[in-house]
Design a protein around this ligand. Structure first.
Ligand SMILES: O=C(CO)[C@H](O)[C@H](O)COP(=O)(O)O
Length: 269
């Protein structure tokens, strides 16, 4: 049990949207314990997590070793005084806390709006537990309104995109448009030097099937569907309140699995 107090960090003058993000990050920080090896997410909600943890490190003696999921987050974490290490350094993580673009009732996710879903998935699946921090706008009945990012290698990327588009004909989705993510006039490149194709699907009937299918295509590095990886979502609200959805606690079962178990579930299915 943590003896630290995330609520001590209390920024003022936040817009309602920022307050909701901050509230979710603050609540998730209560799950962080002394000595933990922690995965740090990427994005505007994870930004608040790093702020809260930075305060706990500097002012409350929290000691953590953190593996950031992007260069952006690494830079911010270092500036906050957090001990930044590599996944190779620590081998495995106790907990990853990250944002999401959408989550459904089973807590399956779309991630990668910030272009970091490859490292985010590696870090999350190398963790005992993944907690998502979010405002209520990310909660959906069915995934797919948010464009699904697919990271692909630059070599032969047009052919890879063509194969992705062809493969979509065989799955139950609401639409089948793809776009190359741009950064101004240039293609957006990830921290790994890859490109991103965003899939505008509107509705994804079977996230597990689609995820497996996309990752079988040569040139695809990773897609933004996180299936059976997250079991806790902390939702923050504009009034500063929060709620926790915890699949394990809500089911009354104990969690003897870890985030990497999804790989075996996928293969078994
Ligand atoms: O997946 C991500 C980055 O790749 C982010 O977690 C996701 O885009 C949510 O970001 P934000 O908290 O800014 O809404």
């Amino acid at each position: 049990m943590t003896t630290f107090n995330p609520a001590e960090f209390a920024p003022t003058g936040l817009t309602p949207v920022e307050m909701a993000k901050f509230a979710s990050a603050r609540r998730a920080s209560y799950f962080v314990e002394q000595g933990m090896r922690l995965g740090l997410g990427t994005g505007s909600t994870a930004f608040w997590l790093v702020r809260v943890l930075g305060h706990m490190v500097r002012e409350q003696g929290l000691q953590i070793r953190a593996v950031p999921t992007s260069e952006r987050t690494a830079e911010q974490a270092r500036a906050e005084g957090i001990d930044v290490v590599t996944l190779q350094d620590v081998g495995w993580l106790d907990l990853t806390i990250d944002g999401a673009d959408e989550f459904d009732p089973a807590l399956n996710l779309i991630k990668g709006g910030g272009g970091a879903h490859l490292r985010e998935k590696i870090v999350a699946t190398a963790s005992d537990r993944m907690i998502v921090i979010s405002d209520a706008s990310k909660q959906v009945d069915t995934l797919g309104a948010f464009p699904l990012p697919v990271e692909i290698v630059p070599f032969g990327w047009q052919a890879t995109r063509h194969l992705i588009e062809e493969s979509l004909l065989g799955v139950d989705v609401g639409a089948r448009k793809s776009t190359l993510r741009m950064n101004g006039t240039q293609p957006y490149t990830t921290d790994e030097g890859n490109l991103i194709i965003d899939l505008h699907l509107s509705r994804i009937a079977n996230a597990r099937q689609l995820s497996l299918m996309l990752n079988q295509i040569a040139g695809v590095v990773e897609n933004g569907l996180f299936v059976d990886i997250c079991d806790t979502v902390v939702i923050g609200h504009p009034d500063g309140s929060d709620e926790v959805i915890d699949l394990v606690a809500d089911s009354g079962l104990t969690d003897d699995s870890d985030a990497s178990d999804n790989i075996f579930k996928d293969i078994a299915d």
